[in-house]
Design a protein around this ligand. Structure first.
Ligand SMILES: Cc1ncc(COP(=O)(O)O)c(C=O)c1O
Length: 476
């Protein structure tokens, strides 16, 4: 069993392995709680927790006095593996992204289209108090331009957090940015020139797709496994066939699949890229929102200078409106500073100040613990609602962290059409097409569970499920 995971998750992994190896097939009986507890040397409540979770996902079902059985969905509820691109693609997605962006930010819609995990566990009172304190203590200097590459006190707090992950970083290699988006823009400009090729995840966060288009780069789509992150065999094959300048990917938790790349695969990813002289740009914005017991180490931990550029922010954990992120770029620090100065001079000093206080007080870590728990609870509820309200052939991801689920609706449902119908009913979703530089994922959608859970949320998921059923039956 793997270290660093909750025990029940490890039990789920064992069951998954039995299914993969066809030791369990649909309809077959799972080992009894007592027997499996003995075999795996864990407690019966741990096995129970794993079985409850599998039951909530519709993968197993219980029969009174008989035990648990693998359901028909047991084998195939996760999204399918997509194909490796045959060639790099020019990117032309901006106008579609623009249309969807406007829609999903409409204040009148249930915000399933926005990935804002902090909304699930508000921290506004503590941040408001810290903002008042900061203004009182620092006076008007806090409203002036800050240092171009960021507030040292905040950088030291960030470095301290890396130290807890076992990674010793120099604050001279770090530049504070306007969110992770600016960090990614800087990273790409450090290691690519227009026309060059960047390997991206498939599906890939659409902000990265938009950046690639804006910078005149081309993209090569590498499939992401719903469990383990980027398919490394595909990456290797792609690098053998094409000249690639950088690989940009989530080494922790992918958006939108929620898959988690195990640490051994992060190391293997780096080895593959280093062998080809390709820089890894790691997007770690969801790294702190893991559902396993421990946060994995960023790929930067395994790298020598110049091999990895890490991009991260406080948008998914503290407050997206602060627009505070950072780039950690050993080997590229001078270029990163130059790009930052050219792009935006500096980032908001008052927001950096508040974040430095937030981290130093220990309140940030306390908030993170609560936020992770809330998101885990919301994920379970979301999966349960999808199983109850969506047609049974819909496949859904089982994220290992973050705040979104990815749904494959079947070839008879177009995610773009569903987006329009759902918006008309006051519900926002993100259509799958946004997550591909080509025409993939037309029958997929992303839904966020990063929101305060209430009956209204469930009613809106039901609305979505009903719409999908109507599209399938040809009623719409
Ligand atoms: C995977 C990923 N990377 C980067 C970003 C951008 O983060 P920020 O809001 O800090 O610019 C997002 C935001 O949604 C994201 O999901």
């Amino acid at each position: 069993m793997h270290h660093g995971q909750f025990l029940y998750q490890q039990v789920i992994d064992v069951i998954n392995e039995m299914v993969t190896n066809e030791l369990l097939t649909p309809g077959s009986k799972l080992p009894s709680l007592r027997k499996l507890a003995q075999q795996l040397s864990v407690s019966i409540p741990t096995i129970k927790q794993a079985y409850y979770q599998l039951e909530a996902q519709g993968r197993i079902y219980s029969k009174e006095k008989s035990g648990y059985f693998l359901s028909d969905h047991g084998k195939s509820t996760l999204p399918k593996r997509c194909k490796l691109s045959v060639a790099p693609t020019e990117v032309n997605k901006q106008s579609l992204i623009e249309q969807v962006y406007e829609g999903i930010h409409s204040p009148h819609c249930a915000p399933f289209g926005i990935a804002n995990p902090v909304a699930a566990m508000s921290n506004e009172l503590v941040l408001a108090k810290m903002m008042r304190q900061a203004l009182k203590q620092a006076g008007s200097q806090i409203l002036e331009y800050g240092a171009m590459d960021g507030l040292d006190r905040l950088k030291r707090q960030i470095a301290q957090r890396y130290l807890h992950m076992g990674l010793s970083v120099s604050i001279d290699d770090m530049v504070i940015t306007n969110g992770a988006q600016e960090a990614l823009a800087i990273a790409l400009q450090c290691v690519t020139k227009p026309g060059e090729v960047v390997a991206v995840e498939s599906p890939c966060y659409f902000g990265i797709i938009e950046l690639i288009e804006n910078l005149g780069l081309r993209a090569l789509e590498i499939p992401v496994c719903p469990d383990d992150g980027l398919w490394l065999e595909d990456l290797e094959k792609a690098l053998n066939e094409h000249e690639v300048s950088a690989c940009i990917c989530s080494t922790s938790i992918n958006n939108p699949l929620g898959s988690v790349m195990p640490e051994s695969r992060r190391q293997a990813l780096l080895e593959i890229l280093v062998a080809k002289g390709v820089t890894l740009i790691e997007d770690d914005v969801y790294g702190d929102l893991h559902f396993s017991k421990h946060r994995g180490k960023p790929a930067q931990y395994y790298a020598s200078e110049g091999q990895v550029i890490t991009c991260d922010s406080f948008s998914k954990t503290a407050a997206p409106s602060y627009r505070v992120g950072w780039i950690l770029a050993p080997g590229f620090a001078a270029q990163a500073r130059r790009f930052k100065r050219a792009l935006s001079c500096s980032s908001s000093l008052i927001n950096q100040w508040v974040l430095a206080d937030y981290l130093a007080s220990g309140d940030y870590e306390r908030h993170l613990r609560k936020l992770r728990q809330r998101l885990m609870d919301n994920k379970q509820k979301m999966l349960m609602c999808i199983r109850s309200f969506f047609p049974s052939d819909v496949r859904v991801s089982d994220p290992g962290g973050g705040c979104v689920v990815w749904l494959e609706l079947g070839s008879d449902v177009d995610g773009g059409e569903l987006f329009k119908l759902a918006m008309a009913e006051g519900v926002s979703i993100t259509p799958g097409q946004l997550f591909s530089v080509s025409e993939r994922f037309q029958n997929c959608i992303r839904i966020s569970y990063g929101l305060p859970w209430n009956d209204g949320v469930e009613a809106n998921i039901k609305k979505l499920g009903d719409l999908v059923a109507k599209l399938k039956s040809g009623e719409h």
